[in-house]
Unconditional design. Structure first.
Length: 170
């Protein structure tokens, strides 16, 4: 065998050996053990008629945020962080009607997921519908809903909590 061929063969074998050793030394796929940051938006009121309970979207969102914050593997983004980002980015309330704008805001504040939803009072019934969206892809991860009697506010918060637990379940 010619010396030049021998040199090429040695070089190839050395590279092959390095690749094999690097492969053996590699660990498994990297996992992110940090809790998933989740931002919760105020629920939209889709009630067909006035129900006399103004501000309930924010009220229900606060319960959902608290429930998410209690769950392992998740960390709720505080409402004040959302409001501060809105102010700093000069985003008005009309811009927030667009889900894509809210997802962009989620990326800015470091949220990996967002919760959007709505509630509806029809007669004596309350219905809450939630959807969890991946900020990076904009795809819906999960949905959940719950209902309660609209006659008493005592049932509204537990319904929001149940819907949130169902939404965040693995």
């Amino acid at each position: 065998m010619k010396p030049s061929h021998l040199r090429i063969l040695k070089c190839c074998l050395s590279c092959l050996w390095l690749f094999v050793m690097a492969g053996c030394a590699a660990t498994g796929p990297a996992t992110d053990d940090r809790p998933v940051a989740v931002a919760v938006w105020d629920l939209e009121d889709l009630s067909p008629a006035p129900h006399g309970k103004a501000g309930m979207g924010e009220f229900l969102a606060a319960q959902i945020t608290a429930t998410v914050g209690e769950m392992p593997n998740y960390e709720a983004v505080e409402r004040v962080v959302l409001l501060k980002a809105l102010e700093e980015l000069n985003i008005g309330s009309s811009d927030l009607a667009d889900d894509q704008t809210r997802l962009k805001l989620g990326r800015v504040i470091g949220a990996r997921q967002m919760v959007f939803g709505a509630f509806q009072v029809a007669g004596t019934a309350l219905r809450i519908d939630l959807r969890r969206v991946d900020v990076a892809t904009g795809k819906i991860v999960s949905t959940a809903s719950d209902s309660a009697s609209a006659d008493s506010l005592k049932g509204w918060l537990p319904a929001a909590g149940r819907a949130a637990r169902e939404l965040m379940a693995p």
